[in-house]
Design a protein around this ligand. Sequence first.
Ligand code: NDP
Ligand code: OXD
Length: 310
Amino acid sequence: MPVLVFHSEIDAPEPWRQVLARACPDLEFRIWPDVGPPAEVRYALVWKPPHGMLASFPKLKAILSLGAGVDALFLDATLPRTVPILRLVDAGLRGQMTEYGLYAVLYFHRDMPHYLAAQLAGRWAPLAAVPAAQRTVGVMGLGVLGADLARMLVALGFRVLGWSRNGRALDGVEVHSGEGGLREMLSRSEILVNLLPLIPQTRNILNARTFAQLPRGAAVINLARGGHLVEADLLAALDSGHLRGAMLDVFEHEPLPEGHAFWRHPKVVFTPHISAQAVTALAEGQIVENIRRMEAGEAPIGLVDPDRGY
Ligand code: NDP
Ligand code: OXD
């Protein structure tokens, strides 16, 4: 019987075993590394598989990612380049990410770091109101996740700037692209949110030069990948006072190493890569549909372009 191999250190296999037993009874579910004869494996349902794992299946038909971002797959030099990679497109991630992004923007917009510090210091310290219509938020990456957040920010009345590769128009959002567009967007973004994929062109994009182009007192929110951020540059920009704060969900090394400066930094708030998590009940429809489409020879959902890397 053809086999689907599961590997993830953060997603439980059992719910997936049950879903697939029901929806794809002709597919046997096995958990890496107990996969049996490698030639029986047709599908790999994975999050951060060990390097070499995918290349060990000579008849693999598709790599089903348990996440939207597939950067970790491309770090494997042995990744079979001709096997389609299918990423999660929304599949329950979009709503979670938009909630988190809104929360993060509102946290800075409503000066919560100031009020938390004032409370702890026993100070009653009101600041002048800044209406959403006078606040500019920049969103880097206007894909499935970034565009939804941008739309919701527009609905709340913010001035929203966005940056994407193709610069496609988005209602209510001033969209930019290219190097010049990025400069223009950064120069006006009082709160900057990153929702780009991690590819060679975007690695380290949140760096000293980027921060220097933001208005003094801006805040940075990184929800995409740790590899986008040059951590030392963020710390320097926070410590110099150029940036007023950062909210982070992702890190170059996860879990964040013990003793890392972010743990106790007064201007950094962070969460352990939870802004949008794959929930089986919300993602199963897309995974099952993609297996059906692959078996029927139809175009799958979320096909990654290996040349673009996202
Ligand atoms: P999409 O592929 O739908 O969107 C990516 C966006 O980035 C597109 O708008 C794309 O432009 C833009 N982009 C890509 N390259 C460039 C570039 N060189 N210059 C400017 N813009 C660029 O991805 P999703 O929205 O689904 O996900 C985005 C990322 O969010 C994922 O890759 C992942 O890293 C991260 N993520 C994090 C999670 C977490 O829990 N922290 C959960 C889920 C995702 P264009 O529209 O022109 O193609
Ligand atoms: C994803 C993630 O890319 O959870 O889906 O980071």
